[in-house]
Design a protein around this ligand. Sequence first.
Ligand code: NI
Length: 203
Amino acid sequence: MKKVSLLVAAALLAPSAFAHQAGDVLVRGGAIMVSPNGSGGEVPGAGPIDVKNDTQFGFTVSYLLTDNWGVELLGATPFSHGVDLEGAGEVAKVKHLPPSLMAQYYFGNSQSKVRPYVGAGINYTFFFDEKGVNALDGAKINASSSWGWAAQAGIDMAVNENWFVNSSLWYMDIDTEVTINGGSATKTSIDPVGVMVGLGYRF
Ligand code: NI
């Protein structure tokens, strides 16, 4: 009986076993839905365009510099978005990858099992496999890469010593210039909101 209460006391005295602290590496993975939110832009002489949603596997790696400050890198499997032209339906498909580097602040302390956080940083997005479909079948489409800022808010909730549940919300300032068959460029503001839900593991 005494042994058991000693074990319980030892467990209670080691609350950091459940909590993020300086030096930890946090790996998170899950579904991330990217929902373009920008003005879309207008193809000269043709009309407004609309970039559709896509969901992929997203993953992040964070390193905690202190109990509260961290840095995070976001990666994902390539997003593929359909592009609609008003009145013509889908006219193009584009793929992109939006790696982002974030500085993060985690609320709470190294004893907290729930750690909400906010972050800000930079996003680099490059587009590839751009192609015309339907009305633009066979057209040569190019979308320029984009540098912009990014912001996030998220929450980690400990499940046990190493695993936690994560959810985060992202905003990325992504703007690209789209050219069709080498014609004049259309400035397209994508500025998506991303929602990620998944699991994390703390090393
Ligand atoms: Ni923008």
